[in-house]
Design a protein. Structure first.
Length: 312
């Protein structure tokens, strides 16, 4: 899971207004900033929109996108960012904001293409490979995600979000011994993070430490009862304990919380077989195969040539 969006106000870019307009532009932007600071968001959006239209102000477009995104208006935020990108196509802050909102809008491919360019343009900036790794994980390309996440961790060690993302990537690859120390460190840094507790529980389950896995999954569920990973781990632990009805309930909760993931469906096919319900077992096996195939197709499309998919 990823952190809330952070926007940085840009220095003025794009078309320069005539000298006599510079003072008017500055006054309009100051008025918009004051409206935003006073909590009058409607006026702030109107004034930033006027500044963007009248003066082609990238600053105004970025602030407008920020306000729209904070209010959950992703389409409006993307519209402002596309205009800002036209005016300032090489701006690091515009491109970063574009990729962040693309991720929020469930458009990871657009984010990936933008972030690949950013990692080349700014090789020493850790947030770009971090976001790239997260975007790649969103489309299911965990193998490709590990390298940028490692790079982000090398550039900025001990950042909890990066440690969590890298641990999740290793968990997805079933490389639990690699994931466990990273997730332990992330939890040391953020002891109350339920997502990290759950991811650590999955790594512990993967290496066979079921007691620790049960303990950390239960802690995660105390904070976030619907956490998909925590419910999945509890399901796996209950299966190992031959408490199949409880395992079924936990795994069903995990499948509801993360409907795109195939792993809960696979475990459900096993637990229903143990319960003697072959029809349900077959149904969840079919769901597992369908979801796995959807991920494989998304990864294949990402790597396809421009004539047949998204160019990389």
């Amino acid at each position: 899971m990823i952190a809330p969006l952070l926007f940085v106000v840009l220095l003025q870019a794009g078309s320069k207004p005539a000298p006599q307009s510079a003072g008017e532009r500055a006054a309009l932007l100051a008025q918009a900033e004051n409206a935003m600071k006073s909590g009058n968001r409607a006026d702030a959006k109107r004034l930033f929109g006027t500044a963007a239209e009248r003066y082609h102000s990238v600053t105004a477009l970025m602030q407008l996108a920020r306000l729209e995104s904070e209010e959950g208006h992703g389409t409006a935020a993307m519209r402002a960012l596309r205009e800002a990108r036209t005016l300032a196509p090489n701006s690091e802050d515009v491109l970063t904001a574009f990729s962040e909102v693309s991720l929020k809008m469930q458009a990871p491919v657009s984010a990936i293409l933008t972030l690949e360019a950013l990692t080349r343009m700014y090789p020493d900036e850790p947030r770009h490979p971090y976001l790239l790794g997260v975007a790649l994980m969103r489309v299911g390309d965990v193998v490709a995600a590990i390298e940028p996440l490692r790079k982000a961790n090398a550039l900025e060690p001990d950042r909890p979000l990066t440690l969590l993302a890298l641990g999740l990537a290793y968990n997805s690859r079933k490389e639990y011994s690699e994931a466990r120390p990273l997730l332990r460190r992330a939890l040391d840094l953020e002891p109350e993070n339920a997502d990290t507790m759950a991811a650590l529980a999955e790594a512990e389950s993967g290496v066979g430490d079921l007691a620790s896995a049960e303990h950390d999954a239960a802690r995660a569920m105390q904070r976030a009862p619907a956490n998909a990973t925590a419910n999945f781990v509890i399901g796996v632990v209950r299966m190992a304990q031959e408490r199949y009805a409880e395992a079924r309930d936990a795994l069903l909760a995990a499948a509801v919380a993360d409907p795109a993931s195939p792993k809960s469906e696979y475990q459900l096919s096993l637990v229903y077989a143990r319960l003697g319900d072959q029809a349900a077992s077959d149904e969840h096996r079919t769901l597992y195969e369908r979801k796995l195939r959807a991920i494989e197709q998304a990864v294949a499309a990402l790597h396809a040539p421009a004539t047949g998919g998204v160019a990389r």
